[in-house]
Design a protein around this ligand. Structure first.
Ligand SMILES: NC(=O)c1ccc[n+]([C@@H]2O[C@H](COP(=O)([O-])OP(=O)(O)OC[C@H]3O[C@@H](n4cnc5c(N)ncnc54)[C@H](OP(=O)(O)O)[C@@H]3O)[C@@H](O)[C@H]2O)c1
Length: 322
């Protein structure tokens, strides 16, 4: 089968290890299902894997990709849940210390076929098109948990989203706008700020500027570059939810004094569980939310999508069709 896989890793030149080429079809395995993919999505996770972060070199070659949707062996339309629990684990799979994401231990979704635990298949609501379904498993699921589980907010609250153009960030803006939050967003780029308004942000700002008022929560995926601004933008008792650190995980100032003096909560958030993915799919379907898609490429041309992601030159998801 055709697949996009990591053949080697380089922190400085991640695309040097990316190969679009033939890999063996998945072997059937009891309790697992082969999904014939219709579409998949890129995530920054795929770039981290090519850089050697989170994917040990002894597991190469590894098919990349966490997001995907397609047909199971019975022809059912399914969304693939990317969090794979270890054998015997019970409870929230994101809390399993031995859990992996697809493409970390088991081959991922940037391929014509993927083998996943049957329990990881979520029915695709009939109203969702393949592009939408293929966007949900990672960035959108992460945004769902950040906003609705980790932040402890109720509708009407003001939420600041850092780095508006990213996959998680656009999901946060669209989900927040659809469910009654006041959503503010920052972006380095004027055109992306304008797009953020189009997809539902109530106001947009350049990174680092003083906001008209302090916010109830900040959704952080940029990391070092925006950390101080996130802490400074919160009202006393506010919450910063962090699920990523694209610009680095060691900010120049940790802002510890402001965190305790303002009694802030710092909440780490990772992915979501299968039930949250099912609810997210239903929410997106019932509210008619159409995820912001930056661009679409056939699997054979997936390298172009990776190039956009490495350059940070995108607004929303990159969809790969198979
Ligand atoms: N914990 C989890 O479960 C989980 C799940 C998904 C993603 N993540 C992490 O969350 C992060 C975002 O993921 P993604 O897939 O949404 O990535 P992405 O689409 O590549 O996000 C890139 C965005 O980050 C902002 N950005 C990048 N470098 C920046 C810098 N130096 N200064 C300011 N802003 C910068 C940019 O926003 P502007 O250009 O608009 O400023 C850019 O559009 C990644 O680090 C990823 O690993 C974690």
């Amino acid at each position: 089968m055709l697949a996009a896989y990591a053949a080697s890793q380089s922190a400085s030149d991640p695309l040097s290890g990316l190969v679009i080429g033939e890999r063996p079809d998945p072997e059937p395995r009891p309790g697992w299902s082969v999904v014939t993919l219709k579409a998949a999505g890129l995530n920054h996770h795929d770039v981290w894997s090519l850089k050697g972060v989170g994917l040990p070199a002894d597991r190469l070659p590894m098919v990349l990709g966490c997001d995907g949707a397609g047909l199971d062996e019975e022809g059912n339309e399914v969304i693939v849940h990317a969090v794979v629990a270890s054998e015997g684990w019970h409870g929230d799979e994101t809390l399993d210390p031995r859990r992996t994401l697809l493409s970390e231990l088991h081959d991922g979704t940037l391929a014509e076929k993927v083998l996943v635990p049957t329990a990881n298949l979520v029915p695709k609501p009939a109203g969702l098109d393949w592009h939408t379904a293929a966007c949900l498993s990672t960035a959108w699921l992460t945004a769902y948990r950040m906003l609705f589980s980790s932040a402890g907010l109720t509708p009407g609250a003001t939420v600041l989203v850092q780095g508006a153009g990213g996959g998680v960030a656009t999901a946060l803006i669209q989900l927040g706008a659809a469910t009654g939050y006041r959503v503010w967003a920052t972006s380095r780029d004027e055109a992306k700020r304008a797009r953020a308004l189009e997809i539902g942000a109530d106001a947009v700002f350049e990174p680092g500027v003083r906001l008209p008022e302090r916010v109830d929560a900040v959704m952080e995926t940029v990391g070092a570059a925006t950390w101080s601004h996130s802490v400074n933008s919160l009202r006393p008792g506010g919450t910063v939810v962090i699920s990523g650190a694209t610009s680095g995980d060691a900010p120049a100032k940790a802002e510890l004094t402001k965190i305790y003096f303002k009694q802030l909560r710092v909440v780490g958030s990772t992915m979501g569980n299968r039930q949250e993915l099912e609810r997210l799919a239903r929410l997106v379907d019932s509210r008619g939310i159409s995820p912001a898609v930056d661009s679409e490429f056939a699997l054979a041309d997936a390298r172009a999508g990776f190039e956009k992601m490495v350059a940070g030159d995108l607004f929303g998801k990159v969809v790969i069709t198979t």
